[in-house]
Design a protein around this ligand. Structure first.
Ligand SMILES: O=C(O)CCC(=O)C(=O)O
Ligand SMILES: [Fe+2]
Length: 360
């Protein structure tokens, strides 16, 4: 008999309408089945991060990344919200960030929940709350087939309710994935600073219409929350600016998909803003695949046009500039770069990012 899991390999088992019936096929322990059911029904699940060394890792990460944020962590009365608020892909220079992202128990669990091998592709480290608008990651990094993406948010300290805890809207993973087609806005190739701005009013309207109250994750240090591709989440307002809210988010994709940014795509016209995804566990690029066929690698022209100072190889390897990157602030923060008369964006793309330099 055909396994239910094989009926639609292009839908994650935990997102299928016949989830309960296929659950026994996933090879989960009773505890894992509870996680699967919670994900299916609510779009998120909390776990204790499965790493006996997690406390030591957290201490080392804070010691390594702390000074890069330009925040006075030692003084409990200092304002923590003024400095830089995130470091993307610190796994490139911090072994503990990388170890958390590549935790084998997490990868193994996700791989069984999604019936495809999972791999981490991006890390974000935050010392304070993000106060980000409720959003779905689906517009930033999605896949074809869709929904093969999830986030794992790790609390790196006990989270205070006034520190702007992670917020999320239970059940919203089942709401429509909003696309440019729905919004009637062509946006292919138009990378803008405000990627998710055009979608925020729609998400807010859906939340109001559903009557769903968002919840916050008042986590203990070492607890983690898994969110599914389309779950609305964000950072709640930080009421006490002297508090920190240390966390690490790792985003995972699954093998044999096409990885792209829907915010800058027009899917029905075949215009996908393909991503060049590096698997953190192997350091290798994961090819974009669909129906077993490999799609051509994303062409650098968009990047080359945006950054004419990069040669082809550099443009291929460069990540995106952070949406809130401001060249003036960057040069102000890094007098050595300014003194050499270097271009701020070029320096950041080629060196600053990997060195974990602040940019705001
Ligand atoms: O930590 C937060 O406040 C939200 C982070 C987030 O939205 C993300 O990493 O996708
Ligand atoms: Fe997000």
């Amino acid at each position: 008999m055909t396994r239910l899991t094989d009926l639609m390999p292009g839908v994650p088992p935990i997102e299928t309408p016949y989830f309960e019936q296929l659950l026994p096929e996933l090879g989960l322990s009773p505890d894992e089945a509870v996680i699967a059911r919670t994900l299916h029904e609510r779009g998120y699940a909390t776990i204790d991060f499965p790493d006996p060394d997690i406390d030591i890792r957290i201490d080392r990460i804070k010691a390594n990344l702390g000074p890069r944020f330009g925040i006075d962590m030692a003084d409990p009365t200092s304002i923590k919200t003024l400095g830089s608020h995130r470091i993307q892909d610190a796994w490139q220079f911090d072994e503990d960030v990388r170890a958390i992202a590549t935790n084998s128990a997490i990868i193994d669990l996700l791989s069984r929940l999604y019936a495809r091998p999972a791999f981490p592709f991006q890390t974000l480290n935050f010392p304070v709350g993000t106060q980000q608008h409720l959003h779905s990651d689906s517009i930033h990094f999605s896949s074809q087939p869709e929904r093969f993406m999830c986030g794992v948010w790790l609390a790196m300290e006990d989270i205070h309710p006034d520190a702007g805890p992670l917020a999320y809207c239970p059940g919203s993973h089942r709401w429509p994935i909003i696309s440019n087609t729905m919004l009637g806005q062509p946006r292919y190739g138009q990378h803008s600073q405000n990627t998710q701005g055009p979608y925020e009013a729609v998400w807010a309207a859906m939340v109001r219409a559903s009557g769903t109250a968002s919840d916050t994750f008042i986590a203990r240090k070492g607890q983690a929350l898994i969110w599914m591709a389309n779950l609305l989440h964000g950072g709640s307002p930080q009421h006490d600016p002297t508090l920190t809210r240390w966390s690490q988010v790792t985003h995972y994709y699954f093998k044999d998909c096409t990885y792209y940014t829907p915010a800058f795509s027009e899917e029905p016209l075949g215009r996908l803003d393909l991503r060049r995804i590096v698997n953190i566990a192997t350091g290798e690029v994961e090819p974009n695949r669909l129906f077993g066929e490999e799609l051509p690698a994303p062409t650098p022209p968009v990047r080359k046009r945006r950054w004419p100072f990069l040669n082809r190889k550099q443009a291929d390897q460069a990540a995106d500039l952070p949406a809130d990157f401001d060249p003036e602030i960057y040069l102000h923060l890094h007098q050595d770069v300014a003194a050499n008369g270097e271009d701020a964006a070029k320096h950041y793309l080629l060196h600053g990012r990997v060195e974990g330099r602040r940019y705001r």
